[in-house]
Ligand binder design. Structure first.
Ligand SMILES: *[C@@H]1O[C@H](CO)[C@@H](O)[C@H](O)[C@H]1NC(C)=O
Ligand SMILES: *[C@@H]1O[C@H](CO)[C@@H](O)[C@H](O)[C@H]1NC(C)=O
Length: 179
């Protein structure tokens, strides 16, 4: 096939981005990352702690007004002892008066491999008892500069008596290959 024609056919597959100096040269690639997020509320070393509760609705069934701060380990496998690739640092707030629904604001801070030192920022709605929760990736740093995408969270295990939870996260990220 004619080379120019081939080039024209392939062109729409790469999304051009405007760079700071006005040039168009960056390419985006969809990548998939999967890891497990450990919310540990029990024991002497919790990774999630309650920092605020509403004095009015504290006892509500949806925990409306509860705010936790987290520094949750992210591991490659579902077991806490499997390879740790980063931490999820942020807060979540119970913001729904009818079902348990959280506003999640967190950074995935990667500490291993290629993405060591890079972060992804997630902000979204997490109705924790739904089987799949989707939240937007709103940006990132270093290798994830200008990133966007979404995550799908699925509860892997939950121990209601102590509150500990393991959640499988599948991240679909448009990553700019210039970084
Ligand atoms: C909220 O409820 C918890 C658990 O029932 C209780 O331990 C805590 O003291 C209450 N906090 C407030 C601010 O009412
Ligand atoms: C991640 O990067 C930090 C800072 O450069 C370095 O100290 C650390 O050893 C790296 N971790 C891994 C697992 O490569």
């Amino acid at each position: 096939m004619d080379r120019l024609l081939l080039l024209l056919l392939l062109l729409p597959l790469v999304t051009p981005l405007l760079t700071a100096d006005g040039g168009v040269n960056a390419k985006e690639k969809l990548i998939h990352l999967r890891f497990y997020w450990h919310g540990i509320l029990s024991g002497p070393n919790p990774t999630a702690e309650t920092i605020a509760r509403s004095p009015v609705t504290n006892a509500s069934a949806t925990l409306f007004g509860l705010m936790n701060v987290i520094d949750d380990p992210l591991t490659l496998g579902p077991d806490l002892s499997s390879r740790q690739i980063g931490r999820s640092q942020g807060i979540y707030v119970s913001v729904d008066q009818n079902v348990v629904g959280l506003l999640m604001v967190m950074n995935f801070v990667f500490m291993d491999g290629k993405y060591n030192g890079s972060t992804l920022a997630v902000m979204g709605h997490n109705q924790v008892f739904s089987s799949v929760r989707e939240m937007p990736i709103v940006g990132g740093t270093m290798l994830f500069r200008l990133a966007r995408g979404y995550v799908q969270a699925r509860t892997y295990s939950f121990r209601p008596e102590i509150g500990d939870v393991v959640v499988e996260y599948n991240c679909y990220v448009l990553r700019c290959s210039d970084y």
